[in-house]
Design a protein around this ligand. Structure first.
Ligand code: ADP
Length: 197
């Protein structure tokens, strides 16, 4: 099964992707995780991306498309994957279409988790508090200023990606304001139709 999870930062994509990964035994391909790992490893891509990520802006389409193109060719992605955090721009969505066509792969579903802005802000504030309380180092881009930039990038560049997939009839929208378990149920409902089809 090949899926895209769309949604604003803090919408719950990572939480749900982890559950889907277990249930369907397919990898979660999170471009945010891949870029952060590249930054820690100080690869050329990671070094270039780090300041951009920390400021809450989007890394260039070329870099991200290159990372995803390499990742979906790995053997574990042959049976399926959950794309989390990609595509984030219309250009990335078009590049993904080309990549999948080249690999003779088809998307099974594009699912958007919808959460309003006030809830996103309070979730992120909560995440920062919990991380601090646990004495763990937080994400540099979870500070209020970078988070505002991330939300703006989402609204201007990523929200149109939902419309792009809606046009092809492939978009399912799920209420991401519900509890974590209720959102999982919503995803299960959408996906069970696909698995049976
Ligand atoms: P979140 O969804 O919580 O904002 P992610 O972990 O998905 O965070 O991404 C963190 C950062 O990594 C983004 O703010 C951006 O700088 C970079 N990034 C991740 N995916 C992409 C992408 N597809 N295109 C451009 N930049 C990306």
């Amino acid at each position: 099964m090949k899926l895209i999870l769309l949604g604003a930062p803090g919408a719950g994509k990572g939480t749900q992707a982890a559950r889907l990964m277990q249930k369907y035994n397919i990898p979660q391909l999170s471009t945010g995780d891949m870029l952060r790992a590249a930054a820690v490893a100080q690869t050329p891509v990671g070094l270039e991306a780090k300041a951009i990520i920390d400021a809450g802006r989007l890394v260039s389409d070329d870099i991200v498309v290159g990372i995803v193109a390499a990742r979906i060719q790995q053997p574990d992605a042959a049976r399926g994957f959950i794309l989390d955090g990609f595509p984030r721009t219309i250009n990335q969505a078009k590049a993904l279409d080309a990549m999948l066509a080249d690999a003779h792969m088809d998307l099974d579903a594009v699912i958007e988790l919808k959460v309003d802005e006030a809830a996103l802000l309070s979730r992120i504030a909560q995440r920062v508090k919990q991380t601090e309380a646990a004495g763990k180092p937080g994400r540099a881009d979870d500070n209020p200023e970078a988070f505002k930039t991330r939300l703006e990038a989402y609204q201007t560049l990523t929200a149109p990606v939902s419309a792009y997939y809606a046009k092809t009839g492939r978009l399912a929208v799920i209420d991401g304001m519900a509890s974590v378990d209720a959102v999982t149920e919503g995803l299960d409902k959408v996906l069970s139709r696909i698995v049976k089809a």
